[in-house]
Design a protein around this ligand. Structure first.
Ligand code: FA5
Length: 346
């Protein structure tokens, strides 16, 4: 028995020493497979139990179990130590040197096109207008018919556009949004604006582009008159351009409004004298407007004897040009950082 106990002690010391030297996961694995498995030296000792009797047998079994437990505990402790050391090593490797200079990120600016949409929207929302959206791709019916422009109307030619099929096209103005909103409101009063893109087969020059933006406005209610239209647009233009700029209302024609006007602002380049940007006229046109044509109201189910309304369509880029003194509309689309950066703090 004494001999056996000495053997247990020798195996214990050997395993404890071995455990001390383990350095990594691989060594732990090998130790577990060879020294803690069924074929471990501790288990091999157990085969001697059959030669013992009574108290000796119990004492020997207890001694082997104690050693097994001690080794298992020491192994678990070592395993935790190795794991922790690995984590610490990883943390040390990932330490960030906060004394390094930071990366110089460039912050861009918002294109004046979108800044103007936001500004126009703010002004009209402050006057109680609701903001609506209309589709960029329209049917002939909404783009023209509902705007009182039947298929044989010469006004179609002025807005010759990009057709997808014979009856579907990229909208030529935001005005069809008027008809969509009238259909939605079904005879209720309306006070909305609708910003969006328009597409026309226009030749690009300093004030024209084949794709441009408009903000449509529509007010329909009882007793709406031309005075309301003029006061609204004057208030808007004063807020947008200040008191110093000249505003000019000119009689005009749109099939969907009667009477109709176009509104010009004195040129930002020559202040009314005449220059290449304003084609010598001293003014740049920014919007079309008028009293909603009775037939347009009727087509949407509004009784023109009871309801009247006014509408307008403002060119977004033209407002940006006049507001910021941009001499060529094409600069707005070119994405040149040197151009865009100028509008960062506007
Ligand atoms: C219209 O598009 C009418 N739908 C506006 C309207 C709405 C009138 C409601 C009455 C009632 P017009 O074609 O004039 O109208 O265009 C309106 C504005 O859009 C112009 O004053 C101009 O500022 C802008 N615009 C028109 N064509 C272009 C273009 N090719 N490039 C840039 N801006 C343009």
């Amino acid at each position: 028995m004494k001999e056996l106990l000495e053997k247990i002690n020798a195996i214990r010391s050997e395993l404890i020493n071995e455990l001390k030297d383990l350095k990594d996961q691989a060594a732990l694995k090998t130790f577990q497979e060879t020294k803690l498995s069924k074929k471990s030296p501790i288990n091999a000792l157990m085969s001697n139990i059959k030669n013992l009797q009574g108290d000796e047998r119990a004492a020997f079994g207890q001694a082997v179990n104690d050693v097994r437990k001690e080794i298992q505990d020491a192994f678990a402790k070592k395993q935790a130590e190795i794991q922790e050391a690995k984590v610490q090593e990883q943390i040390a490797k990932e330490t960030i040197d906060i004394t390094l200079p930071s990366v110089d990120y460039k912050v861009g600016g918002i294109n004046p096109f979108y800044q103007i949409i936001d500004e126009i929207t703010d002004i009209f929302v402050s006057m109680g207008y609701e903001v609506k959206e209309g589709p960029d791709v329209e049917t002939d019916y909404y783009n023209f018919e509902r705007m009182n422009i039947p298929s044989n109307h010469p006004a179609r030619e002025m807005q010759d556009s990009f057709y997808i099929t014979n009856s579907i096209l990229l909208r030529t103005h935001t005005s069809p949004a008027q008809a969509h909103v009238m259909d939605e409101k079904k005879g209720e009063p309306i006070k909305i604006i609708c910003p969006g893109k328009c597409f026309r087969r226009d030749d690009d020059d300093v004030t024209h582009s084949h794709q441009f933006g408009q903000v449509e406005g529509l007010v329909v209610d009882k007793n709406i008159n031309f005075g309301n239209l003029k006061a609204t647009l004057e208030l808007f233009l004063r807020k947008m351009f200040g008191e110093k700029r000249e505003v000019r209302f000119r009689g005009s024609y749109f099939p969907f409004t009667e009477p109709s006007v176009e509104v010009d602002i004195s040129c930002m380049e020559c202040h009314g004298k005449g220059c290449p940007t304003c084609k010598g006229t001293g003014y740049i046109e920014i919007l079309g407007a008028g009293m909603v044509h009775p037939h347009v109201l009727e087509m949407a189910g509004y009784d023109p004897k009871e309801y009247s309304g006014f509408a307008f369509g403002v060119g977004i880029e033209r407002v940006a040009m006049l507001r910021y003194g941009i001499d060529d509309i094409r600069k707005i689309y070119q994405g040149d950082v040197r151009f865009i950066e100028q509008f960062k703090d506007k």
